[in-house]
Ligand binder design. Structure first.
Ligand code: FES
Length: 129
């Protein structure tokens, strides 16, 4: 497993909370990290309603519905299962959020893991740097 820079300390994401983080400097999209049932889940902050994706929060870290049971896109109200990323209500039923797997390492830091899709290395290659 390639080690990534940490997104945050695990203690910064309480049970039932969701927060957004830039995965690396200059990233165009954030990663949503949430804790549920003691487990961490990571999703790309990119609503699948429109091709190219739309940031989902209406304010910083505003990713959850009022009941804190679903991730929500505030553009048109799509709701997503926080554990599967599947759209459960709204205009993108049948689609899902892109998984960005995260771990809490032995030092208590939250990091993206391999299998997280775009990485700083692939971003650099795709930009021809
Ligand atoms: S852009 Fe997210 S529901 Fe329309």
């Amino acid at each position: 497993m390639t080690e990534r820079a940490p997104l945050c300390r695990g203690t910064e994401i309480a049970e039932g909370e969701a927060r957004g983080f830039a995965p690396w400097p200059g990233a165009r999209k954030q990663v949503i990290v949430l804790r549920r049932g003691g487990r961490l889940f990571g999703w790309l902050d990119s609503c699948p309603h429109y091709q190219g994706g739309t940031p989902m929060a209406w304010k910083r870290d505003g990713y959850l519905n009022a009941a804190r049971t679903r991730l929500i896109c505030f553009s048109h109200g799509a709701e997503f299962d926080p554990e599967t990323g599947e759209c459960t209500l709204g205009p993108c039923l049948g689609k899902r959020l892109r998984a960005m797997p995260v771990i809490e390492d032995t030092d208590g830091m939250v990091r993206l893991t391999d299998g997280s899709g775009e990485t700083p290395e692939t971003r650099t290659r795709s930009e021809g740097s």
